[in-house]
Design a protein around this ligand. Structure first.
Ligand code: HPA
Length: 287
């Protein structure tokens, strides 16, 4: 069975669970941010283990479930339990869920993640919308034969994907408005992706800062690249779960990342409840 056929089979399985729900917006949750899935009303919950060919997360704090329902009254799909390159998955496996979202007809995706803050002045617990990224993972999920059938829009699914505006300015503007309504300022940042799983050294963080990065993390970039390949609009929001290596007084730990995520997840859920209806209204109606 080809990769394309596996994606199609997973999408058909999920479509059969969605009933009359036809969401245009998807949300992918990062470490410790699972409460966002609990903000979905009238949820249809599918454990990722039941979805054909779906990769299973091996990381603590990434319990895998696909939740569809309403957020702020708008239809939405939330994916909790992304998989990472450092777990030993191939780039194709890491981006399999994103391919399935494209095959399901989603038009926009909100990628959330836990990230280390590189920019002086970022506070732990702060939310930052990505304006751009730097891919230092050492690979690209589009390596290999191009599959034009993944195109979700005209002029996408191409061998060479444009990344000039990988993170939609329009969605970012909506997110900033929603944050102001929630009483906080959503900063903008540049996310640098590494493979992990070791955290960075202080020298790496100094190097990344001089490259223009303000955040560092181990996810999101593969999904953004694949979403751009299919023509989906991307909004990405990082939660600064810790100061990057060498910037704080203590060593880095997954425990800290996870706990900060838990402190912020309800604020993120409220932001998304406000934001999702606006994004859904901006997308073309799904047929
Ligand atoms: N580095 C890389 N990935 C991360 C970090 C970090 O400091 N925090 C959360 N994810």
């Amino acid at each position: 069975m080809t990769y394309y056929d596996q994606v199609s089979e997973a999408a058909a399985f999920l479509r059969s669970k969605l009933g009359s729900l036809n969401p245009s917006v998807a949300i992918v949750l990062g470490s410790g941010l699972g409460a966002v899935a609990d903000a979905v009303a009238s949820p249809v919950v599918v454990p990722c283990a039941q979805i054909p060919h779906f990769p299973q997360s091996t990381v603590e704090g990434h319990s895998g479930r696909f939740v569809a329902g309403l957020m702020g009254g708008a239809p939405v799909v939330v994916l909790q339990g992304r998989v990472h390159f450092y777990e030993g998955y191939t780039p194709q496996q890491v981006t399999f869920p994103m391919r399935v979202l494209g095959a399901l007809g989603l038009q926009s995706v909100i990628l959330t993640n836990a990230a280390g803050g590189i920019q002086e002045g970022y506070r732990v617990g702060q939310l930052v919308a990505l304006s751009d990224h730097i891919n230092l993972m050492g690979w690209n999920p589009l390596i290999g034969p191009n599959e034009p059938r993944f195109a979700a829009r005209p002029d996408t699914g191409l061998r060479f994907t444009d990344m000039t505006e990988a993170y939609s300015k329009a969605l970012r503007a909506l997110a900033k408005e929603a944050a102001v309504e929630e009483g906080f300022d959503l900063a903008e940042g540049v996310y640098l992706a590494v493979s992990g799983p070791s955290y960075e050294t202080p020298a790496e963080i100094r190097a990344f800062r001089s490259l223009g990065a303000t955040l560092v993390g181990m996810s999101t970039v593969p999904e953004t690249i694949v979403a751009c390949h299919m023509g989906l609009e991307v909004l990405a929001i990082s939660c600064v779960t810790n100061l990057a290596a060498g910037m704080g007084a203590t060593p880095l730990s997954h425990q800290e990342v996870f706990e900060t995520g838990h402190q912020v997840e309800h604020r993120l859920a409220r932001l998304l409840e406000r934001l999702v209806p606006g994004i859904a209204a901006m997308m073309e109606p799904n047929q």
